[in-house]
Design a protein around this ligand. Structure first.
Ligand code: F3S
Length: 66
């Protein structure tokens, strides 16, 4: 499972970082991106789903493949 942030949608609400700080990183302007290649460890899947649900811009998506 991989997580990604759509940079066109992210508005820097930073809820994703609050929910799952080890899955997301912020750039110098406060916009989020997935750490590394976005791979979500099995024990972080619930948090990744929570991040998706908590982003007010629906900028976060999960890819079930790989
Ligand atoms: Fe951006 Fe949503 Fe996180 S707007 S900073 S991806 S909570």
């Amino acid at each position: 499972m991989k997580v990604r942030v759509d940079p066109r949608l992210c508005q820097g609400h930073n809820r994703c970082i609050s929910v799952a700080p080890d899955l997301f990183d912020l750039d110098e302007e406060g916009f989020a991106s997935a750490i590394g290649d976005g791979t979500v460890p099995p024990d972080r899947r619930d948090l990744a789903g929570l991040a998706v649900d908590n982003c007010p811009e629906q900028a976060i998506s999960l890819d079930a493949g790989s």
